[in-house]
Write a protein that binds this ligand. Structure first.
Ligand code: A3P
Length: 296
């Protein structure tokens, strides 16, 4: 970064009941009026749940063979635009999505389900949701907010954890997010709800189930190539997937590809924090069908 001036970090405010920053709300009407196409695929997640991983899996599934050279020269965040991001002087995510030359278009969002532009429902688009257990999710989010100058200051770990539990982080409550999207599965059958922990546990099984949802049947060699390309260490080395081209992120503070594990929360939570967290969790997560694993 050297002497380059960075704009100040944004502040959090209440936006229709969800904590947000201006970088995801500035262009609201235009985002709400986004015109989805029936073959668009929306990748929806709470921040830090494995968005980049699943985006790259889908990108390789659809375009790994037809245009492999694209993967060497275009960053993943340009190939899979972030719908609601609006940062002054940069092309907005919505404009990038509008101009995507590919079919299908792969589009990423962190919006809670009630904020998704209605056209995705009208066009009955396929949606891949990825959830990650709250404890690893909050740890990953803490380190992300430390290194990303486009996010509010995280403060120290214990205050960040408190604010996460209260839903006072960007994109609001993790609890509302995962539950809201889970509920949506009941009425929108083209929603595939995946878990980060399952991908860690058995990548092949999860890839097969994703392919069956998408109606794809890649060869064994192709699946092997995808498994290799999307391995944590390979994505960490890959300049097109490790976010090294994004200036607001200071990877000296914490790398974007940080650990890629289940259970790193154990290195962050104190015993007291863990007890308080578990107690609060039980009150917020009443649906017995929606279960997250904090270890595999
Ligand atoms: P950690 O901070 O726990 O390491 P998102 O893409 O939604 O921002 O999520 C980022 C998290 O997913 C980070 O978690 C990152 O390391 C992890 N991740 C990214 N690619 C991964 C991969 N190929 N395998 C495992 N974890 C991955």
């Amino acid at each position: 970064f050297g002497t380059m001036e960075l704009p100040p970090r944004p502040t959090l405010f209440d936006f229709h009941g969800v904590s947000m920053t201006k970088f995801f709300t500035a262009n609201w009407d235009s985002i709400q009026n986004f015109k989805a196409r029936p073959d668009d695929i929306l990748i929806a997640t709470y921040p830090k749940a494995g968005t980049t991983w699943v985006s790259y899996i889908l990108d390789l599934l659809y375009f790994g063979q037809t245009c492999p050279e694209g993967h060497m020269s275009t960053s993943l965040h340009e190939r899979v635009p972030f719908l609601e991001i609006t940062i002054p002087s940069l092309l907005s995510g919505k404009d990038m999505a509008d101009h995507l030359p590919t079919t299908p278009r792969l589009i990423k969002t962190h919006l809670p389900v009630q904020f998704v532009p209605k056209s995705f429902w009208e066009q009955n688009c396929r949606i891949v949701y990825v959830g990650r257990n709250a404890k690893d999710n909050v740890v990953s989010y803490f380190h992300f907010d430390r290194m990303n100058n486009g996010q509010p200051e995280p403060g120290d770990w214990s205050s960040f954890l408190q604010r996460f539990m209260e839903g006072n982080v960007v994109f609001g409550s993790w609890y509302d997010h995962v539950n809201g999207w889970w509920e949506k599965k009941q009425t929108h059958s083209k929603l595939h709800y995946m878990f980060y922990e399952d991908l860690i546990e058995d990548f092949g099984r999860e890839l097969d189930s994703l392919c069956s949802f998408l109606g794809l049947s890649p060869s064994a060699e192709e699946k092997e190539r995808i498994a290799t390309g999307t391995k944590f260490d390979n994505m960490k080395q890959n300049k097109m997937t490790n976010y090294s081209t994004v200036e607001v992120m200071n990877q000296n503070v914490s790398p974007f590809m940080r650990k890629g594990k289940v259970g790193d929360w154990k290195n962050h939570f104190t015993v007291a924090q863990n007890e308080q967290f578990d107690e609060d969790y039980k009150k917020k997560m009443k649906n017995p069908k929606l279960q997250f694993r904090t270890e595999v």
